[in-house]
Design a binder for this molecule. Structure first.
Ligand code: HSE
Length: 336
């Protein structure tokens, strides 16, 4: 395991304390062989602590779990591990959104935890819904900003609300990734690539974060019967053109999306044959993210196909799709 932050700590605990259930699910034990952290002095873990390059050179590993986060050095670690023939499991939305297709060509890459933590959306899109045609994705994909907006509406200051999200292990190491919407834009890029089978450059997705929102805006919306949510949305008609953006949107307060609070996320899909689907659940937090990483570890132990990785690999040679912002268009009735 590379990284021992909130998610790494939760995963290490599950692997040790829940070993019987993990073994039962995987049909074999999953053993944590080593943990890499930048500064091992004074840290403790249920496996030897070492530097990342030492870990990646260990003989006999089957898989590497990358939980360092951020683009570099995580991208280099993942590339190195895949090139060395190791299976890689990651929660890293930034790396998958920006480099997923190229990386997935190098080897088996799994990334269920990269989007909406505990909600099983990645393999659902790549596997269960693969024969369908997804026309739109609308969701709340960031637990930190969703918590902050709710806390400000309930009277907290922005600083208090952010500190609370950080204390609960929801926020990114640099929380501007949350509040400026880089994080949900990366997640939307991943979902849209899987749903629409087009390569998407996450920097082409227009983002508006939540910095301009305060108690005045939230109260004014409330008076008119709306709540403000940071909504990530993407639609396509024929796959050729994609409209997508992440921006605060007014959601009627009696809509299901309006009641997705705190660290919860929700994703509404419009599929041609399956119809309207809504998946909702904990989208951030150590245990929620570790749950999705563990799902991938179990799939790896069972040698199950890495459907999402295979799908991304098939997009590697495509030019990036043209992505226009949705702007004021209503992306999908389920969000309103
Ligand atoms: N910072 C992210 C969020 C973590 O708040 O949603 C889960 O990806």
């Amino acid at each position: 395991m590379l990284g021992l932050g909130h998610v790494g700590g939760a995963l290490a605990r599950r692997l040790v304390e829940d070993a019987d259930a993990v073994t039962r699910a995987a049909n074999r034990p999953i053993r944590l062989e080593a943990v890499a952290v930048a500064r091992p002095q004074g840290r403790s873990a249920p496996a030897p602590l070492m530097a990342a390059d030492q870990l990646l050179a260990l003989p006999g590993l089957d898989a590497v779990v990358e939980l360092v986060g951020g683009l570099e050095p995580a991208h280099t670690y993942i590339k190195g591990a895949l090139s060395a023939g190791l299976e890689v499991i990651t929660a890293n939305k930034q790396v998958i959104a920006a480099h997923g297709p190229a990386l997935a060509r190098l080897g088996r890459l799994r990334f269920e935890a990269s989007v909406a933590s505990a909600i099983p959306i990645v393999e659902t899109l790549a596997d269960t819904l693969a024969p369908d045609r997804i026309r739109s994705i609308v969701g709340i994909l960031n637990g930190t900003t969703n918590s902050i907006l709710g806390a400000i509406a309930a009277g907290a200051s922005y600083a208090e609300a952010l500190a609370d999200a950080q204390r609960r292990g929801l926020a990114e190491a640099d929380p501007s990734a949350d509040v400026d919407a880089h994080d949900p834009a990366a997640k939307l890029a991943i979902l849209a690539m899987l749903a629409f089978r087009r390569r998407i450059d996450p920097s082409h997705i227009e983002r508006v974060g939540i910095r301009s929102l305060g108690p005045v805006q939230l109260a004014a919306a409330r008076q008119r019967g709306f709540v403000i949510k940071l909504i990530a949305a993407a639609t396509t008609h024929d796959g050729a053109t994609i409209e997508a953006d992440v921006r605060p949107r007014l959601v009627p307060d009696d809509a299901a999306m309006a009641r997705v609070d705190g660290a919860m996320n929700a994703i509404a899909l419009d599929a041609q044959y399956a119809g309207s689907l809504v998946l909702q659940g904990p989208g951030a937090g150590p245990d929620a993210a570790a749950s999705a990483v563990l799902a991938d570890l179990v799939r790896a132990a069972k040698d199950a196909p890495a459907s999402a990785g295979t799908l991304l690999a098939s997009l590697a040679d495509q030019p990036a799709a043209t992505v226009a912002p949705l702007g004021l268009k209503n992306p999908y009735p389920a969000a309103s």
